[in-house]
Design a protein around this ligand. Sequence first.
Ligand SMILES: [Zn+2]
Length: 281
Amino acid sequence: MRGQEADKIKNIFDLRGAPFLMAGTGLLFLLETRYQLRKRKLPRWLRLRTNTAVATTAALALRLALIPALVKTAAFTQRKNYGLLKYTGLGPAASGLITFLLMDYGNYRWHKLNHSSSFLWRFHQVHHADLDLDLSTAFRFHAGEILASVIYRGAWVAGTGASPATVLLYEIFFETATNFHHSNLRLPHKAEKILSKFIVTPRMHGIHHSIVRQETDSNFCIILSLWDRLHRTLKLNIPQEDINIGVPYIRKHLTAAELFKMPANKIQEWKLPDGSIPDRK
Ligand SMILES: [Zn+2]
């Protein structure tokens, strides 16, 4: 990797983004402990241990593969003057904003694809098989999912012509939003209602983790809730106490070793162990 790109990652992500994300994670952990949204099914420490083990490999894949690949792609695209942006003639601030929005849209499409493609679902189900949803779920991704996203997200970076700095800033916002909307933080209803008009909130994303198929197949957004609105995949107004978190075919806690091996297993039907299909009356 060229020195300039490695320096950008160090200056923007490692020295500024990472401490900010760590402080935010600590704060959210305290807040979700104090103001709990959904009742837990399992002891918090049991899941924390498992999710941390899975998260360690995901973090390595993110920092050592995904981020360098995206930044390298962005630098290459800029050097060659490729990408949509070169046709717009906009200044750096406006083009930064537009590519930021386009990357958020690209991640909406990527998340949706993780649910519709049976190959990608093998990896993404590791995240959804968590029986409770909280801050630790935000880190529980199979490293294979992160590595697979290099190709798709790299194509969006190249296609849009996003700069390396925008890519890194987007990544910091992406991680912050992911931590926030997975958290088990009870916000006042009124605050959630206003916030969800713009960004993804904990109640909104809680519906995406439901065992009811139509609910899982909604609310795919990462930062802005706009893309779900535009594609009519937005679902709100399901009380959190009525949501059963997880996937219907796994109703027990899986160990980290079982989760690492999960993508190799045969894909199971969207049914409860008794054969019934979860539904909402
Ligand atoms: Zn999902």
